[in-house]
Design a protein around this ligand. Structure first.
Ligand SMILES: Cc1cc2nc3c(=O)[nH]c(=O)nc-3n(C[C@H](O)[C@H](O)[C@H](O)COP(=O)(O)OP(=O)(O)OC[C@H]3O[C@@H](n4cnc5c(N)ncnc54)[C@H](O)[C@@H]3O)c2cc1C
Length: 314
């Protein structure tokens, strides 16, 4: 579809991220779509896809809107942090049914998109092709746990292994490991991925909460927390990073921060973590009693492998 004020490629570019829903140029699109029965396809039924669907449904009564996502269960991911630190104990609290969250009048195709063909304004699913006039890409991030050698997601909760990101069950298992750790104390390693992350604040929250759980258990004197950041900062917004570092110094167990350490591998039996040091080309091995893993994160393959949509880093 040609649009004098906003062409399809511009729209695709603008709309290709969850965090920009509020910034979508709905006024311009509304002017176009109020005249015509255009088809808007939203890829992804997470918070971003749902927010876009609700807003577009209200503002564009003539548009045909379709959400495509094979995932049926909705997860309230900020709640994972509460499960993983023992504030919430019921994983059902973070679960909902996508079918109930999709607004009336929006069609849901419960499938995964295999390919986007921007030139044909077409997306391909396993059951066929869907034409769109406008496409909103809201597919979130893929968690790259496979990049950490020796780690298996099924081991979360055992032998001091935690990771808040993967699922409600993984968050619950993380609390099991943290709870066991804090009873005795020991050495906790907290990590940050070298890539962009969803909720880069979550590893910081986990660190605050871990220190507090240790304090509550009375094991602060036996405990040490080391925070390994893959880059030169613990958070990309400097005033936030500075404030967090200041607050960490007031905790019962102030974390020791190490920069330029990328988690590369674990030996789950020996409870050893191996870090790459990109600055020097070296590596280091660190023993742990509790390890919080933040995996590298990437665009889902359907974006990552599309040269028109992604750069070499996906
Ligand atoms: C532990 C944790 C704590 C957080 N805390 C906060 C917080 O305190 N405050 C805050 O603002 N944010 C927080 N966040 C971040 C927030 O939850 C996420 O930014 C938000 O959920 C991302 O929504 P999204 O829709 O972009 O992606 P997602 O929720 O990941 O949804 C993407 C959807 O796209 C679908 N999809 C992927 N590939 C395809 C495909 N090929 N075809 C069709 N569908 C596809 C997936 O199935 C998925 O349903 C937290 C996140 C985590 C993990």
């Amino acid at each position: 579809m040609q649009n004098s004020t906003l062409n399809r490629r511009q729209f695709l570019k603008i709309a290709a991220a969850g965090s920009v829903v509020a910034a979508l140029p709905f006024g311009t699109i509304q002017a176009e779509t109020s005249k015509q029965n255009v088809h808007i396809v939203i890829m992804g039924c997470g918070l971003a896809g749902l927010a876009a669907a609700h807003r577009l449904r209200r503002q564009l009564p003539n548009a045909q809107i379709t959400i495509i996502d094979g995932k049926r269960e909705h997860h309230y991911q900020p709640g994972f942090t509460l499960l993983a630190t023992g504030v919430w104990h019921n994983a059902q609290k973070v679960k909902a049914d996508n079918a109930k969250l999709i607004p009336h009048g929006v069609k849901w195709l419960p499938e995964s998109v295999q390919e986007i063909q921007p030139d044909n304004q077409m997306i391909i699913t396993h059951s066929g092709k869907v034409h769109y006039d406008y496409l909103i890409v809201a597919t979130g991030l893929r968690l790259g746990y496979e990049k950490i050698d020796g780690f298996e997601i099924t081991a979360l909760g055992q032998k001091g292994l935690g990771s808040v990101y993967y699922s409600p069950e993984a968050a619950t298992a993380t609390w099991q490991a943290m709870d066991i750790f804090r009873q005795k104390g020991g050495r906790a390693l907290m990590t940050l991925a070298p890539t962009d992350m969803k909720c880069a604040g979550a590893p910081l929250k986990m660190t605050f909460m871990l220190a507090d759980r240790i304090r509550q258990a009375g094991t602060a004197n036996n405990s040490q927390i080391d925070f390994f950041a893959a880059k030169a900062a613990i958070f990309s917004v400097k005033p936030v990073a500075d404030k967090v570092l200041e607050l960490w110094q007031t905790l019962a167990v102030p974390p020791q921060v190490h920069y330029h350490h990328e988690l590369a591998a674990v030996d789950m039996d020996k409870q050893m973590a191996y870090f790459r040091l990109p600055e020097t080309g070296g590596e280091t091995a660190e023993q742990y009693d509790f390890l919080h893993i933040v995996p590298p994160m990437f665009a889902p393959d359907v974006i990552f492998n599309n040269n028109e949509l992604a750069n070499e880093n996906g």
